[in-house]
Design a protein around this ligand. Structure first.
Ligand code: NAP
Length: 260
């Protein structure tokens, strides 16, 4: 009997798990993407794109598609879909696992300031800038830039994959780019734009951590926006191997290496 796994993705880990599961006999895997990015990196195998229509829509999809398990491999900050997945799993009785990479860990020399939200990160900035029109680099994602729209003093540079939409800070300069970025890339970026403060979410992962190393080398303050919690009672694994184990597939085949 074929088992059907819904893999809610949009991350490196989601693609790595899809690649590890693709083509396994007796297994059907559907990866789901939100459709936010104009040209997404597609995972291996079957892919559906677009929202489900809330927890009820997701529950209806799980029933209609006879899903046997759900792996929520969404980004640590995609709290809406994670909540929906937990509600839909509870409503249908389909087992749910969250695959979430560990967050960043501070090391000596880091000058990190934690913020509970993007709004709190914006509030912290004025005190961290050397002068009112200091220079801020936002790597909070396109949708996170709006939280900084009211800042009319600092020069704001934002790096994101697709162009952001209003509201936006008046001095905004957008750098369209997609990681992974090397340490050399990040050093060059921080120097070329004379960045005074970096703002980032605690996304974790090797693909985005070189900016933190570069900021440490330059002794720059970093505002780290803390993650929202994983929905209560849902098991969590930090890596693809853990997800394979949960699916009962550990040891069948090597997990594709997660690149961050
Ligand atoms: P979100 O706020 O948690 O979700 C909002 C709505 O978007 C959900 O209710 C759902 O719509 C739909 N959705 C989100 N992810 C989906 C998926 N993988 N498949 C189908 N529908 C999805 O999500 P978000 O923060 O905008 O993130 C969207 C996607 O981008 C996620 O897949 C996430 O992994 C990826 N991503 C997010 C970030 C980030 O910083 N937030 C960074 C990198 C990648 P319905 O209610 O209609 O089902």
């Amino acid at each position: 009997m074929t088992r059907h796994v819904l893999l809610i993705g949009g991350t490196t880990e989601g693609r790595a798990l899809a690649a590890a599961l693709d083509g396994r006999p007796g297994l059907r895997v559907t990866s789901s993407l939100a459709g936010r990015v104009a040209q997404p990196r597609l995972p291996a195998g079957e892919v559906r794109i677009g929202g489900f229509g809330g927890p009820e829509g997701l529950a209806a999809w799980l029933r209609a598609e006879r899903a046997d398990a759900v792996v929520d491999a969404t980004h640590p900050f995609a709290a809406g879909i994670s909540l929906n997945a937990s509600l839909a799993a509870a409503a249908t009785g389909v087992p749910l696992l969250v695959l979430r990479r560990p967050g960043f860990t501070a090391v000596p020399g880091d000058r990190w300031h934690h913020a509970a939200s993007l709004a709190e990160a914006a509030d912290l900035l004025p005190a961290l800038l050397p002068h009112a029109d200091g220079r801020v680099l936002l790597t909070t994602g396109r949708q996170g830039i709006a939280a900084f729209a009211h800042l009319d003093g600092p020069h704001v540079l934002a790096r994101c994959v697709d162009p952001p939409e209003p509201p936006l800070p008046p001095s905004l300069e957008v750098l369209l780019d997609r990681g992974p970025f090397t340490l050399d890339d990040e050093r060059a970026l921080l120097r070329a734009h004379r960045v005074d403060v970096l703002v980032t979410k605690d996304s974790g992962g090797a693909a985005t951590s070189p900016k933190l190393t570069a900021a440490r080398e330059l002794a720059l303050p970093v505002v780290i926006v803390d993650r929202p919690p994983v929905p209560q009672g849902v098991p969590v694994t930090p890596d693809v191997e853990g997800a394979l184990h949960w699916l009962g597939l550990s040891g069948w085949f090597p997990a594709a290496p997660a690149r961050g």
